[in-house]
Design a protein around this ligand. Structure first.
Ligand code: UDX
Length: 440
């Protein structure tokens, strides 16, 4: 059954969701006030890098079932489901999430929404936000809005696949009506046997931040072990493998290195602590401050290792391989590789960045960093190379070939992805985080 839906906010989440809705057979109108972003999408060009999404966008536009508008109109007002997908970034100068964009989008929508429509929030919000939105939307509309919370768990790099084949589907609602309407929209996904959870609204809001807090904790746990391994002659990579065989622990999200970044994990754990404090239970999630601190210390460690290797960084040439917060993405938000590059520059080094897709995004973000699109040219004159993001191209690079072309064969593996014996055999000095076994 085709449902008419609107998707409000066409960033990573919204653009992916709009395309996914078309793939599921629905008629979609995407609302995005940023004219540049809107025009780009309208022309079938994704304003960010996301594998597979560009071709799906082209398909969606060609099908005639994906339309765009900079604001609500009669057509969007006719939608049966409105998905709110606007961002909730960290508030400047505060740990808390900024819900003002969500609130503004909801209030604007309240002037257009019909009595029978369901409004489904997908943005990651502090628990309690949905109730505030429902109250203020209902007041503006003059009737009780059917509001539900439907968190999204997509990962950048596999966003469309995660949207179409999620691990689970979560809907938090006050009324059965909203659940049923949303189930109809997601029918093709439910028909795949996807686990479905109808929850109360606060729990649905909490699922996303709790999941991200858990994932961040796993990464910082192994990075804390890395700190211990570094001073005790141990190897955190081997340690992760050994503990990961215990099915209760599992081996996922135990990759040690320069830590987590991006638009979700860092700001979500900070926002979670801030919200828990407001609710008077800050001590319950106080440990997340340590998770954050462990994560940020890994960035200090790389700067420290560079200084140990090169001494005074003034005038030294350092090449950063990969600048996005993770591979298959050009997202530079809270990227560990970017922060390390900026700090090395501030310490006097000349940093050249290579990245398969993120150099354009970098030019406006951090113009003080040199950009080089050719891998060998980027590394040729470097006094030190740092692997900051584990793009396939670096994981599969030939250490013999590279070694024959560069002046200095020293690399810090910030993601523990290089085949250390192979690189050493090719004459490289490999410095690895959390692995005194490699560093000697
Ligand atoms: C995350 C959640 O995984 C996703 O469910 C949620 O919807 C949004 O936030 P994403 O930000 O795309 O997704 O990235 P993710 O794959 O979770 O990686 C986050 C960061 O952790 C990256 O910087 C990655 O390099 C780092 N990471 C991940 C590690 O350092 N070690 C690991 O073992 C795994």
């Amino acid at each position: 059954m085709t449902v008419k839906v609107s998707v409000i906010g066409l960033g990573y989440l919204g653009a992916t969701h709009a395309v996914a809705m078309v793939e599921l057979g629905h008629d979609v109108i995407g609302i995005e006030p940023d004219q540049i972003k809107l025009e780009s999408l309208r022309n079938g060009i994704l304003p960010f890098h996301e594998p597979g999404l560009g071709s799906a966008l082209t398909r969606a536009i060609a099908s005639g079932r994906l339309k765009f508008s900079s604001s609500h109109n009669q057509e969007s007002a006719a939608a049966e489901i409105h998905f709110i997908c606007v961002g909730t970034p960290q508030k400047p100068g505060s740990a808390a999430a900024d819900t003002s964009y969500v609130m503004a989008a909801a209030k604007d929508l309240a002037k257009w929404v019909s009595k029978t429509a369901v409004v489904a929030g997908k943005s990651t919000v502090p628990v309690g936000t949905a109730k505030l939105l429902r109250d203020s939307m209902s007041e503006i509309a003059g009737f009780n809005i059917h509001l539900a919370w439907n968190p999204e768990f997509l990962r950048e790099g596999t966003a469309l696949e995660d949207s179409l084949r999620p691990d689970r589907l979560v809907i938090g609602a006050w009324e059965e009506y909203s659940v049923e309407r949303l189930k109809a929209v997601y029918k093709p996904i439910l028909d795949l046997g996807t686990p479905f959870l109808a929850l109360d609204v606060p729990t649905a809001e909490l699922v996303k931040v709790a999941a991200n807090a858990f994932l961040a904790t796993k990464i910082s746990f192994i990075n804390a072990m890395a700190e211990v391994a570094e001073v005790s002659g141990g190897d955190a990579v081997a340690l992760a493998k050994a503990i990961g065989y215990d099915e209760r622990i599992g081996n996922k999200f135990l990759r040690t290195g320069i830590g987590f970044g991006g638009g979700c994990l860092p700001k979500d754990i900070r926002g979670f602590v801030a919200r828990a404090e407001e609710l008077g239970v800050g001590s319950a999630v106080e440990f997340l401050r340590h998770i954050d601190a462990i994560n940020l210390r890994r960035r200090d460690k790389v700067v420290e290792l560079a200084k140990v290797e090169l001494g005074n960084l003034h005038g030294k040439r350092i090449t950063m391989l990969g600048i996005s917060f993770k591979p298959d993405s050009d997202d530079l938000r809270d990227s560990p590789a970017l922060e390390i590059s900026q700090r090395l520059t501030a310490a006097g080094a000349t940093v050249t960045v290579h990245d398969p897709v993120s150099l354009d995004a970098l030019s406006s973000r951090s113009p003080e960093l040199n950009r080089e699109g050719d891998l060998v040219e980027a590394m040729r004159e470097a006094d030190l190379t740092i692997l900051g993001t584990e793009w396939k191209l670096y994981r599969e690079a030939d250490p013999h070939l590279l070694g024959s072309l560069v002046a200095t064969k020293t690399v810090i593996d910030g993601r523990n992805v290089l085949d250390v014996p192979a690189w050493q055999k090719a004459g490289w000095k490999v410095i690895a985080l959390g692995r005194s076994i490699v560093n000697g």
